[in-house]
Design a protein around this ligand. Structure first.
Ligand code: AHR
Length: 496
């Protein structure tokens, strides 16, 4: 029996809802087909946004969406995507599959999507191939309330009021596809570009500036960025993908052995160590914590589904991905005092998506259900908590069998989420809520075989279900968590 302790008196930090953020790029079928079908489509839509996907994302509690890339962001010229549709430039999406990008989804369309989703907006600007002026004018176009050349252009294009831009990313992966810069060069470039990301309406729309952060374990990048440009940024954005083998052979999304399952989970769990090491460096340069860590790309990355365009990064999504999502979100929650936002890659039809589409059909993935279950944590306060657990896995790939986080809302209700990472071993846990009598517990579960997934033929193989394999005790509960599961407990303390 493993012991799970939750201390409701140890309140650590608010879990920013933006830790549950998403990312959408002009890549494969993410924007076109996935989110946007155009007003003339037979697929039900509102102003071109497909209604089934928008409704699913709203139900899941999407808090913030990043756009337009990714590597695409550093090739994107925003003026090509505004104004009359017929006059918009067509370009080649050189980075992703070489298809024609007709720019029919641009700034106005993205802001329409944000409005329909009721979420916040995170724009990634072009540093790699764009100018300071171009970036500066985009910010003016979107956010300036008064009279200026760009706000007038916005009005001519049909939008009177400025939009709220909560986050603005100054470039993307500038160590790679965003210009192959070295850290000192980018740090100085960042300062220059970020200067002209003006706060046009700071009372109503203060823009949070995000610098391109490190690739995984590139600690030198963090060191140099913090040393040279730390005072100019609000957030530093880490990218970390879980790749089972290596970039030339990533492995199949659906056909894998138990050993590969554990390799994937061990690599996903490694993000905790990476985060801690980057935070150690950031804290040295910024002991008062002015700069947050952001993780604006994360998730699993496998070989594309057989027969699909290798440049489109379309992959299926199994219970293995649900466990990756469950354990990663628990890790992010635990860092609520220093991570402000995270964005899984990518929302629809690309990498670890929450939704897959095929024409008018929609499939919600196991990862979707994890996000939906965990939305209770958004804006809750993280609590001190700890679970005992054996190390599990194969000889080379071990990680804790149980990974958890717990939070509390203003009414005092506790949300505890636990992943059982074992492929084939249930876990008995005894949960105690310190110095608290517990009145009621309800629970939900997502579980299945490690390679179970939802297909267009069988959409409901993996779904959240009510969970009742537990019994109440005076100060908590005793539960048996099935193998390969993600479980959420809602714990109501007794009043008085
Ligand atoms: O998410 C796919 C790609 O991964 C993004 O475009 C890029 O930023 C990263 O390398």
């Amino acid at each position: 029996m493993e012991n799970y302790l939750i201390n409701p008196n140890h309140r650590i930090a608010v879990i920013n809802k933006d830790l549950y953020g998403h990312f959408s790029e002009h890549l494969g079928r993410c924007i076109y087909e996935g989110l946007f079908v155009g007003r003339n489509s037979d697929i039900p839509n509102v102003n071109g946004m497909r209604s089934d996907v928008v409704n699913a994302l709203k139900d899941m509690g999407i808090p913030v969406l990043r756009w337009p890339g990714g590597c695409f962001a550093d090739e994107y010229h925003w003026k090509d995507g505004v104004g009359p549709l017929a006059a918009r430039k067509k370009m080649i999406n050189t980075h992703w599959g070489g298809g024609v990008e007709d720019n029919s989804f641009g700034t106005h369309e993205f802001q329409e999507l944000i409005a329909q989703l009721g979420c916040d907006c995170y724009i990634a600007g072009n540093v790699g191939s764009g100018t300071v002026q171009e970036m500066s004018e985009w910010v003016e176009y979107m956010t300036f309330p008064g009279q200026s050349p760009m706000s007038e252009l916005r009005r001519q294009n049909g939008r009177e009021a400025p939009w709220r831009v909560k986050y603005f990313g100054v470039g993307n992966e500038n160590w790679g596809c965003g210009g192959n810069m070295d850290p000192a060069f980018y740090a100085n470039t960042f300062k220059r570009y970020a200067t002209y990301v003006r706060q046009y309406d700071p009372q109503n729309n203060w823009i949070y500036k995000v610098a391109c952060g490190p690739n995984g374990e590139d600690y030198r990048w963090t060191e140099e960025l913090m040393r040279i440009a730390g005072w100019h940024m609000n957030g530093l954005a880490l990218h970390y993908y879980t790749v089972t083998h290596d970039w030339s052979h990533k492995g199949s999304a659906t056909e894998f052995s138990e050993a590969e399952y554990y390799t994937t989970l061990r690599k996903a769990y490694h993000i905790d160590r990476i985060i801690n090491r980057h935070l150690e460096i950031m804290n040295r340069y910024d002991p008062d914590h002015h700069v947050d860590l952001i993780v604006d790309e994360w998730g699993t990355w496998y070989d594309v589904e057989p027969g699909t365009n290798p440049g489109y990064l379309y992959q299926q999504n199994t219970m293995r991905d649900a466990v990756v999502a469950g354990l990663t979100l628990n890790i992010f929650n635990k860092h609520a005092d220093s991570i402000r936002m995270a964005n899984i890659a990518q929302t629809v039809n690309v990498l670890q998506s929450v939704a897959l589409t095929d024409g008018p059909e929609l499939v919600l993935t196991p990862t979707y259900y994890v996000f939906k279950m965990y939305k209770t944590h958004q804006q809750n306060t993280l609590l001190g908590s700890h679970i005992t657990a054996p190390q599990i896995g194969s000889a080379d790939d071990k990680l804790p069998q149980l990974i958890e986080s717990a939070s509390v809302n203003e009414a005092g209700e506790i949300c505890a989420t636990v992943t059982n990472t074992a492929a084939d071993k249930a876990a008995e846990i005894r949960c105690q809520v310190a110095a608290t009598a517990v009145a009621q517990v309800t629970a939900e579960i997502l579980t299945g075989a490690i390679d179970d997934y939802n297909s267009f033929g069988q959409k409901q193989t993996v779904e959240t279900k009510p969970f009742d394999d537990f019994r109440l005790t005076d100060d908590g509960f005793v539960a048996t968590l099935p193998a390969c599961s993600v479980v959420k407990f809602n714990i109501t303390p007794s009043r008085g």
